[in-house]
Design a protein. Structure first.
Length: 248
């Protein structure tokens, strides 16, 4: 009962965040459809570039440059979409979480599926040879995580969302295309709101939604980490092996 009282006390702010999350997530659908039709290759000549995503030395490599960063983001969005799909489909989802928590987690599920499908469509439309250069659907493992445990699910969601924000912030400097950078900026702003919503569910009426553990006190900005720092963390959940030879 004590936890329920705390959740109800922050319901207005979480409801406001839900309204923003729902609108901001849906706008990416249109962006994805527009981007899917864009390609930098205006002819049928094959592009030979070892930095492009694809099989290298018998294993898929994410590549480098804009394609590498987008493929990197696609891998992370596959992870988040898979996680929230398992959360909302857990056998005790309705019993484990209260109404506000269920609404927030369901919204995040829809957003991450949109993000995943956005990157798949964008890369399919832009890669010179998506049949061989598009990252395949990944497999995931969550070890002993109990998806019917509120504490374990929210703790994992917090870790994934915080990592996702740091990943986008760190990868932004690697993107050369202004259009891709703008889209990445839109997505990371949504991911940051995901992180704050989850933190508010865990510790209502606190400053944890923008805690010192994720916001740099010297500049007031969220943490930014390069792929080489993020991928070892994500690898704890990703069963499918791939490399990131050309990403810093």
């Amino acid at each position: 009962m004590k936890n329920e009282v705390k959740i109800h006390e922050v319901e207005p702010s979480l409801s406001s965040r839900r309204s923003f999350l729902k609108l901001s997530g849906l706008t990416l659908v249109t962006a994805g459809l527009v981007m899917a039709g864009c390609s930098d290759n205006d002819n049928d000549d094959p592009i030979v570039d070892n930095s492009l995503p694809g099989i290298k030395n018998g294993i898929f490599d994410l590549g480098s440059g804009d394609f590498g960063v987008l493929t990197y983001a696609y891998a992370l969005e596959q992870l988040e979409a898979d996680f929230y799909t398992k959360v909302v489909n857990a056998s005790s989802f309705n019993a484990t979480f209260n109404e506000i928590e269920k609404q927030v987690l369901t919204d995040l599920y829809h957003h991450e599926v949109i993000h995943r499908d956005f990157f798949k469509a964008a890369l399919s439309g832009a890669l010179p040879d998506p049949n061989t250069q598009l990252l395949p659907s990944l497999a995931f493992s969550y070890g002993s995580l109990n998806f019917n445990s509120r504490t374990e699910v929210l703790a994992t969601a917090k870790a994934l969302e915080d990592t996702g924000v740091a990943a986008y912030n760190g990868a932004g400097r690697l993107i050369k295309s202004p259009d891709y950078l703008l889209l990445a900026g839109k997505i990371v702003s949504v991911e940051a709101r995901h992180a704050s919503a989850i933190r508010s569910l865990i510790n209502p009426n606190s400053s944890d939604f923008a805690g010192d553990d994720i916001v740099n006190t010297s500049n007031g900005l969220d943490d930014a980490k390069l792929p080489s720092k993020i991928l070892p963390i994500a690898a704890g959940f990703i069963s499918t092996k791939f490399t990131a030879t050309y990403l810093p």
